[in-house]
Design a protein around this ligand. Structure first.
Ligand SMILES: C[S@@+](CC[C@H](N)C(=O)[O-])C[C@H]1O[C@@H](n2cnc3c(N)ncnc32)[C@H](O)[C@@H]1O
Length: 260
C-alpha cells in the first residue's frame, strides 16, 4: 500500500503556485541542463530511466519526449495522472510507465541506465532514507548513473540572512530549527552534503559530479525585479555558471549528486 497517497495530491494548487516561482524555474532548468549532459554520456539510447518519487514527471516526461523509456514510481495518484497527461500532450505516452507505490515497498523488475531521486529524501525520515540508497544501487545497471538531489542546511542560514535579513532566524536555523515547506505543509529534512556523500559511498556509489541548484536565486531579496520575467535569463545564466563551481556548492539550496 502507498505510504501516504493524499499527502501530496491534496496540495496540488500550492504546487502549481510554486512552479511559477523563479526558484522553481531555476531548479528544473538547471537539472534539465545537467540531465542532458548525463544522457549524452550514457549513449545514444533510447535509455531506460527510472524516476523515484518522480511526481508529475517534470524532470522525466521531457526525457520521454526525447525518446527514452521512463518509469515513474510515486505514491501520489494525482501527481502520476498529471505526468501521464503531460506525456499525452507531448505525444510520448507510449514511452511512459507510471507505478503508484510507496517507493520503500516497491520491488524493481529491471535495471536502468539512469535512476533519479530528486527532492524526495527531504520528505522521508532518516530511517526511510537509509532504505532508498540500497534500492538505488540495485536499480542502476553496471555503468549506469544515479542522480540524487538533497537539501543543504547551509543555504537555510544564508537565505535567512541575505533574503530575509533576519539574523535571529538565521541563528535558530543554524541551531537546527526544522524547516517546513509551505507548498506541501510538511517538515523538510536537510542534510549536510558530506553526510549524503557518505551514504552514497556506503551504498557502493562513486560520486562523479556535484551540482549546486539555486545558489543565487534563494539569496536575492524579495523585490519585484526578482519576479520580472525579463530578469530570469540573467538569473539562469548566473545559476548555470555557479552550479558547476565547488566553492558555491554548499551555499546552494539543493545539491545534485551524479554517481556511478
Ligand atoms: C517535492 S515532490 C518532487 C517530485 C519530483 N521528484 C520533482 O522533483 O519534481 C516529492 C514527491 O515524492 C513523492 N514521495 C514522497 N514520499 C514517497 C514515498 N514514500 N513513496 C513514493 N513517493 C513518495 C511524493 O508523492 C511527491 O510526488
Amino acid at each position: 500500500m502507498p505510504a501516504n497517497p493524499a499527502a501530496f495530491d491534496s496540495h496540488l494548487p500550492a504546487w502549481d503556485a510554486y512552479l511559477t516561482t523563479p526558484w522553481a524555474r531555476v531548479r528544473y532548468d538547471v537539472v534539465a541542463h545537467v540531465l542532458d549532459e548525463t544522457l549524452a554520456q550514457l549513449g545514444s539510447g533510447p535509455l531506460r530511466v527510472l524516476d523515484l518519487g518522480g511526481g508529475d514527471g517534470l524532470d522525466s516526461v521531457r526525457l520521454a519526449a526525447m525518446g527514452h523509456q521512463i518509469t515513474i514510481v510515486d505514491q501520489a495518484p494525482g501527481m502520476l495522472e498529471r505526468a501521464r497527461a503531460s506525456a499525452r500532450r507531448g505525444g510520448c505516452i507510449d514511452q511512459l510507465r507510471t507505478v503508484q507505490s510507496d517507493l520503500l515497498s516497491w520491488r524493481p523488475d529491471q535495471q536502468y541506465d539512469l535512476a533519479l531521486c530528486h527532492f524526495v529524501l527531504p520528505y522521508l525520515d532518516l530511517d526511510d532514507e537509509r532504505q532508498v540508497w540500497p534500492l538505488l544501487r540495485e536499480v542502476v545497471r553496471p555503468g549506469g548513473t544515479a542522480s540524487v538531489v538533497s537539501l543543504n542546511p547551509v543555504s537555510e542560514v544564508l537565505s535567512a540572512v541575505y533574503r530575509d535579513g533576519d539574523v535571529r532566524l538565521a541563528l535558530r536555523r543554524f541551531d537546527g530549527e526544522p524547516r517546513r515547506t509551505g507548498t506541501f505543509s510538511r517538515q523538510l529534512r536537510s542534510r549536510p552534503r558530506c553526510d549524503v556523500e557518505l551514504a552514497a559511498a556506503d551504498a557502493g556509489f562513486e560520486v562523479a559530479r556535484r551540482i549546486g541548484i539555486r545558489v543565487a536565486v534563494d539569496l536575492l531579496p524579495e523585490d519585484p525585479i526578482k519576479y520580472d520575467p525579463q530578469t530570469y535569463p540573467a538569473i539562469l545564466e548566473l545559476e548555470l555558471a555557479l552550479a558547476q563551481h565547488q566553492a558555491y556548492l554548499d551555499a546552494a539550496r539543493a545539491c545534485q549528486l551524479l554517481m556511478w
